[in-house]
Design a protein around this ligand. Structure first.
Ligand code: ATP
Length: 230
């Protein structure tokens, strides 16, 4: 059993949140929570990646990363976990995830891909990036005080951004194609930092849910100084 997606009635607004979650932390959780509130999402689907295309393999195994995500989101009725990709040997291309979800959820369900502003700026390097913009809406998270400046985006993306930009209230009206921005509370937490703290014998307490930290201790994760990131 690798999948725990709560069934949603047709017409519901579903946020898609992918990542390695190695481990999941409060930065991820606040992003998803604030997306629910700003974009009126009915659900956020957490999708731990199997083989991320642009980075080395995660330090924790797929079962462990899936277990940590499940335990972190279990008490939030708006969050569901999709474990369909975490065990895959194929690269976790976002466009393939969205094609799968389109098949599963139907052509009419609005899907909203959640991305950070830095990830969004790199979108033209993603596999079949223009198809991504058709398959789903894209919601770009920015920090209060920092606008997303089209002049700083690659020209082809700036054109798409300006043409597709819409208000959160419009997301439910069509299945995809729009781009929205929303703010979140800045939390400078990264999984890299947590892995580095653990490998150095220091505590990541309060950077991530206590239950996830307990799991990390029980499994003795991240004690070796490998795959720590830069
Ligand atoms: P790593 O340090 O291993 O690169 P990470 O903490 O960036 O990991 P990922 O699993 O790679 O976590 O991230 C999944 C998504 O969450 C990405 O879109 C990333 O931009 C976003 N994200 C991660 N940490 C934060 C944070 N503190 N605030 C906002 N967004 C975040």
């Amino acid at each position: 059993m690798t999948k725990t997606t709560a069934a949603m009635p047709e017409g519901c607004l579903v946020g898609i949140f992918g990542g390695t979650f190695d481990p999941i932390h409060h930065g991820h959780l606040r992003l998803a929570q604030e997306a629910v509130e700003h974009l009126a999402l009915d659900q956020v689907l957490w999708i731990p990646a199997g083989q991320p295309p642009h980075r080395e393999m995660p330090a924790a195994g797929p079962e462990q990363r899936l277990a940590m995500v499940r335990c972190a989101v279990a008490d939030n009725p708006a969050f569901a976990v999709d474990g369909a990709e975490v065990f895959s040997q194929e690269k976790s291309y976002t466009v393939l995830t969205l094609e799968r979800l389109r098949q599963e959820r139907g052509a009419a369900t609005p899907l909203v891909l959640l991305t950070g502003a830095d990830a969004f700026a790199g979108l033209p390097t993603w596999h079949r990036w223009r198809d991504i913009l058709e398959l789903a809406h894209v919601a770009v998270v920015y920090r209060p005080g920092f606008s997303i400046d089209p002049a700083a985006l690659p020209a082809e993306l700036a054109t798409e951004f300006q043409a597709r930009r819409c208000a959160p209230g419009e997301l439910a009206q069509r299945p995809g194609g729009g781009i929205v921005t929303f703010p979140m509370t800045p939390l400078a937490i990264s999984a890299t930092q947590i892995r580095q703290l653990l490998a150095a014998g220091r505590s990541p307490r309060y950077l991530l849910p206590e239950a996830v930290f307990a799991y990390i201790r029980a499994q003795q994760l991240y004690l070796q100084p490998r795959n720590l990131g830069t």
